[in-house]
Design a binder for this molecule. Structure first.
Ligand code: NDP
Length: 234
């Protein structure tokens, strides 16, 4: 399958790591659907990427809205008849000052709704489209903070959401063994974005590991947790 005929959807791609992932997948030749909850911000980002010749289209996508996910499924189905890559990137709410014993439960629920349920909604939407051609790559943008090996009390809601996203990665991967659809979690490292602040690495470096997992050819791993293409501890 020539890359130019592949279609990739990236959530939260109007800025940060999602935007850079859209840029890198677009430069590989894939058609990129750049998801943004603020469509105007998405259009602006897509215009910037199209200037370098990439095939990029902004799509309205708040990952907490099942109605928007359903509408997007209809659009992808009618206009492309396929979806090859899904990058569940939208998310955030890293709050180092928060603690589990004093966390506002309503805020914790919102964090889970975006970071975990958003990926779940989109993956449910994507799987039937991917099954149609027996090919799919789902990349869940996770974090080392979601690892059980991560110690410390900081940002419990974020950590729980990423740990649960890792478990979701395992569940989808196990269900889809042998289908041609690979599902992996990727930690981008500490990256300079609005979420990551000054970060330890450039956005391009953080996105590269996601792009790798989105483009791997079989035989390739599924149900694994990676950073820079190397397996890391759950
Ligand atoms: P940014 O804050 O730069 O970008 C977050 C993106 O997610 C924005 O596009 C934002 O949209 C979007 N978003 C938030 N909520 C929703 C929603 N409900 N629906 C759709 N889009 C939404 O963060 P990063 O680029 O750093 O983070 C991207 C991913 O990488 C996240 O999942 C994060 O947890 C993960 N990560 C980042 C690390 C880092 O060091 N930066 C480290 C480890 C993991 P809007 O512009 O509308 O707010």
């Amino acid at each position: 399958m020539p890359l130019r005929q592949r279609v990739a959807l990236i959530s939260g791609a109007n800025r940060g790591i999602g935007f850079e992932t859209a840029k890198q997948l677009g430069s590989q030749g894939m058609t990129v659907l750049l998801g943004a909850r603020d469509l105007a911000a998405g259009e602006k980002a897509a215009r910037e990427l199209r200037r370098s010749g990439a095939e990029v289209l902004a799509v309205q996508l708040d990952v907490t809205s099942q109605a928007q996910v359903d509408a997007l499924k209809s659009k992808i189905d009618s206009e492309y008849r396929r979806l090859d890559v899904l990058v569940n990137n939208a998310g955030g709410f890293y709050d180092p000052a928060s603690r589990a014993s004093t966390m506002d439960i309503d805020i914790a629920r919102d964090v889970l709704d975006t970071n975990l349920m958003g990926a779940w909604r989109l993956s449910e939407m994507a799987v039937p489209l991917m099954r149609r051609h027996g090919y799919g790559r789902i990349v869940n943008v996770s974090s080392g903070c979601g690892s059980m090996a991560c110690e410390g009390p900081e940002s419990p809601a974020y950590r729980v959401s990423k740990a649960a996203l890792n478990a979701l990665t395992r569940a989808f991967a196990a269900e889809l063994i042998g289908s041609g659809i690979l599902v992996n979690a990727v930690c981008p490292g500490w990256v300079a974005t609005r979420l990551g602040g000054r970060g330890g690495r450039a956005v391009s470096e953080g996105a590269a590991g996601i792009v790798w997992a989105a483009s791997i050819d079989e035989p390739a791993p599924t149900g694994q947790f990676f950073r820079d293409g190397q397996s890391i501890a759950w």
